[in-house]
Design a protein around this ligand. Structure first.
Ligand code: ZN
Length: 452
């Protein structure tokens, strides 16, 4: 780890005393009147009942009376290239996309890309997210931010960075955030390129998406062959990295799982064969695969009127198919005990960088989760899926002090998560967190949630 002199921040040790501790287990355990001690190294030193936990003199004392603390949120599916406001419809066309892609990939565009990514990461942090995985970047801007945060040059969430995703020529994500490969060998080399740039995760576009579709029922048609995806998985797994696949149809999910991907992003209806493949996947890095549904990305396109979304009638119909499939698949995975993680697909249309909590609310409303199970998914389950369970995902001695302090019990109202009182990332407190919000988007989301 590089430390530039004068830039490293020393953490003041602190005690959060007399706080209600939301454990983050699936059963919804809350331990009353607890004290959490955080050391200068940014890790949790002790979590125990306040009456038996003296606070050393040199520790800053924070009175948590009446407040709740829980593990910081983990968002397993983010992009950093936009704040989530819908694009001008002229720019949402294939030609507009090529113009934007050419701009952001040029030397002139690079400072802009870096600035937007930095702002996105800050917004995620201010909204209580202390770990993110990016799944499709313009270049290696997320890798650079990860290193700056790890070197204490800035405060931010732990970043697992993917770099650009793997697609077929003109496939999903191309040309903005993809390396386009025609053959297994080309995609293998692209995967190596990403690994040489220091990425933590690999992303594949296994199928098309809603906004690519020109034909009814074709939103998730398979784009990449099993052989091509297997070449990518081989390279990634050899480097110890997990692979995520964008897959929005049952056939796409099947091919991706057979190739060995570790997480299915978005998903579809899941039959018994697919559930079994998730549970026991011999080609996956750890012998199983998980589902990260991202209802937040599908819900607005399906629930907002077309005047608001600006999508075509066919895209609207396909988005209904995709959202129904996603909800159905999430329910089936949840019922079968398959790990289901939390991701929102930030930077997509209407998916802001600060609304991670809404994914929890969507899982409760549509997919049969209890609030405790949704919080569990966003913390411990996500940490396990992303291979960071040893350092985060729960408030335990020796783990990073990644936590959110709230004015009310989130198990009683998940909306409390929208306004954290304090966010702590690896021991760095963010006092008075306040993400910049888009009131119009929030109003549309609130209304749609009421209506559906
Ligand atoms: Zn995505």
């Amino acid at each position: 780890m590089t430390m530039k002199s004068g830039m490293s921040k020393i953490i003041e040790p602190f005690a959060l005393a007399h706080v209600g501790l939301v454990v983050g287990d699936a059963g919804g355990t809350v331990l009353p009147d607890m004290t959490v001690l955080v050391g200068a190294h940014g890790r949790i030193e002790r979590v125990s009942p306040s009456f038996g936990t003296p606070v050393p003199d040199e520790y800053r004392y924070l009175d948590g009376t009446g407040k709740y603390v829980m593990p910081g949120l983990i968002n397993a599916h983010t992009h950093l290239f936009s704040q989530g406001r819908p694009l001008d419809p002229r720019m949402a066309t294939p030609k507009g996309q090529r113009i934007i892609a050419a701009m952001v990939h040029s030397p002139v565009g690079k400072p802009y890309v870096n600035a937007v990514a930095k702002a996105s990461v800050r917004t995620l942090l201010e909204s209580g997210v202390t770990t993110i995985r990016t799944l499709g970047d313009i270049g290696y801007e997320a890798v650079a931010l990860r290193d700056a945060i790890a070197a204490n040059e800035m405060v931010g969430p732990r970043i697992l960075a993917s770099g650009p995703l793997m697609a077929i020529p003109d496939g999903h994500g191309a040309p903005l955030i993809a390396l386009e490969g025609r053959t297994p060998q080309e995609s293998r080399l692209h995967t190596r390129t990403n690994i040489e740039h220091g990425v933590d995760a690999i992303k594949i576009a296994a199928t098309g998406g809603v906004t690519d579709s020109q034909v009814r029922g074709e939103a998730g048609s398979p784009q990449m062959t099993i052989e091509q995806m297997r070449a990518i998985c081989d390279e990634a797994h050899n480097a110890g990295l997990i692979v995520a696949a964008h897959a929005q149809s049952a056939e796409g999910v099947r091919r991706a799982l057979k190739a060995g991907v570790d997480t299915i992003e978005h998903g579809s209806r899941l039959d018994d064969e697919l559930i079994e493949l998730l549970r026991h996947n011999p080609n996956a890095l750890r012998g199983y695969s998980a589902l990260v549904p991202t209802l937040s990305a599908g819900f607005p396109l399906h629930a907002f009127s077309r005047d608001v979304t600006g999508i075509t009638e066919i895209q609207a119909e396909n988005s209904k198919l995709v959202v129904d499939g996603m909800i159905n698949g999430t329910r089936a995975a949840h019922d079968a005990g398959i790990p289901v993680g939390i991701g929102t697909d930030t930077a997509m249309t209407f998916v802001t960088q600060y609304n991670t909590w809404r994914e929890l609310a969507l899982l409760v409303k549509f997919a049969g989760f209890t609030p405790a199970e949704a919080i569990h998914a966003a913390t411990a389950v996500n940490a396990r899926i992303l291979n960071v369970g040893a350092s985060t995902g729960s408030l335990e001695e020796g783990k990073a002090a990644d936590m959110v302090v709230l004015d009310a019990n989130p198990l009683e109202s998940l909306a409390t998560l929208a306004h954290p009182a304090l966010v702590v990332a690896a021991g760095h407190p963010v006092w008075h967190p306040h993400a910049k919000r888009f009131d119009d988007i929030d109003r549309l989301l609130d209304e749609a949630m009421e209506r559906e």
